[in-house]
Design a protein around this ligand. Structure first.
Ligand code: ZN
Length: 58
């Protein structure tokens, strides 16, 4: 695999991207929890859990 230096869309600094589609450095992925992915899944999980709980009580 060839790692090319890219400019992070988040912090605008150069980083070594693991693949062509990677646009955000690992540090920003960690700090932002990568909103488009993990964070959304996590919030959906929490909502579904609270929703099922509410449904059960009513
Ligand atoms: Zn960054």
């Amino acid at each position: 695999m060839v790692r090319l230096p890219r400019v992070c869309l988040c912090c605008k600094s150069l980083f070594d991207s693991a693949w062509a589609g990677e646009r955000v450095c690992l540090r920003c992925k960690g700090t932002t929890a990568w909103r488009n992915g993990g964070s959304v899944a996590a919030s959906n999980f929490g909502q579904s859990a609270s929703r099922s709980g509410r449904k059960g009580s009513s």
